[in-house]
Design a protein around this ligand. Sequence first.
Ligand SMILES: Cc1cc2nc3c(=O)[nH]c(=O)nc-3n(C[C@H](O)[C@H](O)[C@H](O)COP(=O)(O)OP(=O)(O)OC[C@H]3O[C@@H](n4cnc5c(N)ncnc54)[C@H](O)[C@@H]3O)c2cc1C
Length: 510
Amino acid sequence: MSLDPNLKSQLAQFMGLLENPVTFQLSLGDCENSKQLKDFVTEIAEMSDKISIVEEALPLTPSLAINRANNEKSGIVFAGVPMGHEFESFVLALLQVGGRAPKISDEQVKRIQSIDREIHFETIVSLSCHNCPEVVQSFNIMSVLNPNISHTMIEGGTFQSLVEERGIMAVPTVFSNGEDLASGRLNLDQILDMVAGPRGAEDFGNIEPFDVLIIGGGPAGAASAVYAARKGVRTGLIADEFGGQVTDTLGIENIIGILYTEGPKFMGHVKTHVESYGVEIIDRVMVDHMETEDGIAVYLNNGAKIETKTLIIATGARWKMLGIPGEVELRNKGVAYCTHCDGPLFKGKTVAVIGGGNSGVEAAIDLAGMVKEVIVLEFMPELKADDVLQDRLRSLPNVKIVTNAQTTEISGTGKVNGITYVNRETGETVSEAIEGCFIQVGLVPNTEWVGDEVEKNPQGEILVDKYGATNIEGVYAAGDCTDVAFKQIMIASGSGATAALGAFQYLIRQ
Ligand SMILES: Cc1cc2nc3c(=O)[nH]c(=O)nc-3n(C[C@H](O)[C@H](O)[C@H](O)COP(=O)(O)OP(=O)(O)OC[C@H]3O[C@@H](n4cnc5c(N)ncnc54)[C@H](O)[C@@H]3O)c2cc1C
């Protein structure tokens, strides 16, 4: 296997950034994957005289430890060939072990260095998973900065028996000293909250009141922040996770002026834009409730209180739950949401997709290329997806479509092994053997925390006027958490801009 010439020329530029010698410790066997890893590593080592190679066994074979000079351990191991989405993780690890400081805040460095017990993390990934690199890169940074921490990325395709043994049905899945720690997307701060303990109210004690405070770090919140900050008012943004739903989106083709982008990349640019205006971003905290009687204040889930003259609620939406047995219990054990991430784990298996709208049909089309059979279950008498998607779905030989199907249970012990639905026409109960179930039944607004004083429709969406104003003076809302007719990135951004201008107009009239 030889590296793509484009990749190689990009890599050549990075090699000049290595400050210290690095040793690649290779653990190889006779298999094809070992040969691929050896070719990959040899080609890279030839690009810099700072890199040397030693062959010495590691717990998993084939694998590669990126160590310091004289094979001094850094704690970072890649088991399998770090290509696909993990190539970037490999390059960053190489640079960081080679002396380049990771780009994280001083506070994050302090939290990492405060971990005083030995922990070995393992992250199981697939090379097509766009949520995996952030997790791998976070644990690698922790390993570089703290000798108590070590981390092995395990490429599931190379270590299929390990994946089967541990019953892994979602990536990334993280183990801490051999115990299940977490599955799904995680950023460094969320990992630190789990490993080093959450930040308390005292960490938020000195925050001055804001002119405009935004809750939500999706496109709506981010657009509000840029528009408000450009007016020169003190602007803050609180988000459980900056990026919102867009971070779950792989390909985006409908942001005007951008032919194609990917969710995490796009929201990375958006964050840089927000930060460039000096907006105070308070990330990885949840707002628990708000009060509007004596000025506007929001309370975080750690008890901290933050005051503001105006508030913009842009808390978006989340996947809707079906409320059936098995849905929660078997999450990440066969119950999944992201086909791009978890689809490859169901290669050769039968899976169900619940929901025949656009997202369900798109998921089924995507899965049909990877799995043995897809069963699409739609509650209504016909699919709701656009005709073009339905035509594509019906043209696929390994897809079965069942309409009028009310799913009643996802079954399995430890992992999914079946699904049961009632045929709403005949009343017949049908059970099918499946190994995976992708739920695609729409979204619900994240507005429960807002309370009843802010008017909402029966779906829980906040009612706003043409300025983005709610019924409460000084409180605005934007994006998917409102009753806006369509839920899209451009629409959320536009409504965020409207709400910020509305809030500014309100401020100058006070
Ligand atoms: C899989 C998928 C694919 C999609 N593809 C496309 C596409 O191709 N094109 C397109 O235009 N649209 C697409 N969409 C829709 C688009 O992503 C949404 O319309 C858009 O993200 C809505 O933006 P928002 O800012 O209103 O909310 P969100 O993106 O949902 O962001 C909400 C923010 O609020 C934060 N938050 C929520 N509750 C709290 C709380 N209590 N305290 C603190 N923070 C909180 C969240 O962490 C997040 O930062 C897709 C959606 C999904 C799920």
